[in-house]
Design a protein around this ligand. Structure first.
Ligand SMILES: [Fe+2]
Length: 294
């Protein structure tokens, strides 16, 4: 069985294409690598694009792009996905940098785009704006948490790193503690998209950079119990929550535990169900604002 091992990009539809491009380039500090009419490709640096913005009628996340290991046979991977009873489509040259992709849908309607090779744009990190290391994870509200967790586990090969109670799952496809988060909600929709910053002082600088543009934080800084990352949250012009984080737990699969950190509670720290919801959400105290998880 071959599984995706890295998130590469997220695709968003937006009714405010230029506003979103301005935000992601001038405030977050991504590079506009390519613009093709009503579609824009933006990169942190490492990948050709970390975000695709497509002009449309509503603000929503419509797809995620995941990379397969370099040795994967994409034809065999398509057969593996079809064996789960899913419809797949093989696409030639679907996006800049990607020559061959297998595309299918998860149970909440997000398009999953998988590929082996993506050619980097070779762009440097931006020297203005926040300039994150990389796209880290995407979180979704889902009406059927157990069902969608099952899909990501059984079809895509993700592992559950931690549960918050029985309503919030943190799932990984590589060493990062979580790449996709699934939280129970009344509707299925993206909850937030998260970018990794370098360290705690980079978080401080990001707060100052946001303040210069009068962009208030929605929550944070916090130290999450689950994942132990330091995080802040704010909203982009489309009202979507952006998380900026550092110090996320790294999973050592050989040890079956997370790399040891002084912020841990268990020694060794392993995946578990967190019952103290407030501590799991923020070890430092304040919980999220009302309605944050909806
Ligand atoms: Fe997050």
């Amino acid at each position: 069985m071959v599984n995706v091992n890295r998130i590469v990009y997220a695709v968003f539809q937006t009714p405010n294409l230029q506003g979103q491009i301005d935000h992601y380039t001038k405030i977050l500090g991504l590079t506009l690598v390519e613009r093709d009419g009503k579609v824009a490709y933006l990169s942190t640096s490492g990948d050709h694009h970390s975000l695709v913005l497509r002009e449309g009628s509503e603000a929503r996340c419509e797809a995620l792009g995941f990379q397969l290991p370099p040795t994967a046979d994409i034809g065999e991977y398509e057969n593996q996905i079809r064996a789960h009873g899913l419809k797949t489509e093989r696409q030639a040259d679907p996006q800049p940098s990607i020559k061959d992709a297998i595309v299918f849908y998860d149970p909440k309607g997000t398009r999953i785009e998988t590929f082996v090779q993506a050619v980097p744009a070779g762009v440097d990190f931006q020297r203005c704006g926040i300039s994150p290391n990389k796209l880290g994870h995407v979180a979704f509200n889902v009406t059927d948490v157990q069902g969608v967790v099952g899909f990501y586990r059984d079809v895509l090969g993700f592992k559950v790193s931690d549960w918050m109670g029985d309503f919030f799952a943190f799932m990984r496809c590589g060493p990062d503690h979580h790449t996709v988060n699934l939280v129970a909600g009344r509707n299925s929709k993206m909850h937030h998209i998260a970018f990794e910053l370098r360290d705690w002082s980079h978080i401080r600088d990001a707060c100052d950079w946001l303040a210069r543009d009068r962009i208030p934080l929605v929550w944070g800084p916090v130290r999450h119990g689950i994942g132990h990352n330091i995080s802040i949250y704010y909203r982009n012009p489309d009202g979507q929550i952006i998380e900026l984080f550092c110090e996320l737990d790294q999973v050592n699969e050989a040890l079956g535990s997370f790399e040891p950190r002084p912020s841990h509670q268990d020694f060794p720290q392993k995946g578990k169900v967190w019952e103290d919801i407030q501590f799991a959400a923020n070890m430092w105290g304040s919980g999220p604002p009302d309605g944050f998880l909806e």
